[in-house]
Design a protein around this ligand. Structure first.
Ligand code: M6R
Length: 364
């Protein structure tokens, strides 16, 4: 049931602190400050290359994971959307692990990609939310998310739980590769353990986001910008808005603006900038200022320090809890979900059952 929430989507957005905690619990041994996979005897040490394949929101979780795996484990990662991967005769070398990511575990293209990789001699890991699904059954290594049933067509809690699992996976792989000493592992576990509380902190901004929905609801086009592991969040924000509010939206790597999309900027295109404090903050802000210099109307999503430093001249700001850059993609999912939700409600669309979409895409 929706409980006292108006839509399943809102209920599922609000469940995130609990389900992410639940998911992390099965991957973190807090007391020992260790990250552990549920199947510890799977030998990650021999993996030479990772290939991630998924669709839609699950694909964006995979994009974030590429940053983590390459940064922590120094293992090269290829990533593709399943519908492209399966038809391009990808080269798969020995010692490769494919990770499929899927809420349903039944998406036709992702399943076909899994079977292609299997035939090419790859090991298969599956990050799925439905433990009885076809992908769960066919994988060598099952990495479940514990989000519980997701009813809303727009994926929300499955995404943040996928990120939690993928962060734990990246840490495990890093350890297996001898790239994570005990001290670094302890730090990582600490940051990950802070995610549920930070998700709660992010949800506290719900009403303010509702109040700014009108800034977006009347727009024809909306841009989302981010860098590094927050670039996939820009793509995810744009997808969420498209799906449920039917407003045209695009996500861009902030540094790509000057290579074309900045031509779109005028005072009618709201630009949502995701810029948590961290090594990429200044770079993203300078892209944001280029947008503002051309009359662009910016909504900045950052933490208190970021909003203090760069919020001036924005039409609105959204203040997130200050978190380690590692978990920022998880936390910044919340404001982009809530913004899409409130814009859709303002427009009166069918939030849980948007037109033309199915929850599980089992035909290609
Ligand atoms: O069940 P899956 O995770 O494999 O589904 C993948 C996509 O169909 C899904 O994420 C879709 O993009 C959602 N509607 C996004 O909100």
């Amino acid at each position: 049931s929706k409980g006292n929430h108006r839509h399943y989507m809102l209920k599922e957005i609000y469940e995130q602190p609990v389900v992410v905690a639940q998911t992390l619990k099965s991957y973190l041994q807090r007391m020992e400050d260790r990250v552990s996979l549920p199947i510890p005897d799977f030998d990650l040490g021999t993996i030479r290359r990772v290939t991630i394949v998924a669709c839609g929101t699950s694909y964006y979780a995979g994009m974030v994971a590429k940053y983590w795996i390459e940064q922590f484990a120094r293992v090269p990662v290829d990533i593709d959307v399943a519908s492209e991967f399966r038809y391009r005769a990808p080269v798969m070398e020995d010692g490769g692990l494919m990770i499929v990511i899927s809420q349903s575990g039944e998406t036709a293209d992702t399943l076909a990609a899994l079977r292609y990789a299997r035939a090419e001699g790859q090991k298969i890991a599956a990050v799925v939310n439905v433990p009885t699904s076809t992908m769960a059954r066919e994988a060598d290594l099952l990495l479940p998310t514990h989000a519980g049933p997701e009813i809303g067509v727009a994926s929300t809690k499955a995404f943040t739980c996928q990120l939690a699992v993928l962060a734990a996976f990246a840490a495990n792989l890093a350890r297996a590769k001898g790239r994570l000493d005990a001290k670094a592992e302890k730090e990582l576990v600490r940051h990950l353990s802070e995610a549920p509380a930070a998700l709660n902190g992010a949800l506290a901004y719900d009403e303010s986001i509702e109040d700014m929905a009108h800034l977006v609801a009347g727009a024809r086009d909306v841009l989302y910008l981010g860098r590094g592991p927050d670039y996939p969040l820009a793509l995810e924000g744009a997808l969420k808005l498209k799906e449920i509010s039917y407003i045209h939206a695009e996500g861009y790597a902030a540094g790509e603006m000057k290579h074309g999309p900045i031509a779109l900027i005028d005072d009618k295109v709201p630009v949502i900038v995701l810029a948590p404090s961290g090594p990429l903050f200044e770079k993203t802000v300078s892209n944001m200022q280029e947008v503002q210099a051309r009359g662009g109307k910016v909504i900045l999503i950052s933490d208190y320090d970021g909003v203090q430093a760069a919020g001036e001249g924005c039409i609105a700001t959204i203040t997130m809890p200050k978190v380690h850059p590692l978990i920022a993609p998880m936390i910044y999912a919340v404001p982009v979900q809530l913004l899409a939700y409130h814009v859709a409600v303002a427009k009166g669309t069918d939030v849980d059952q948007p037109r033309n979409l199915a929850k599980s895409v089992t035909v290609e």
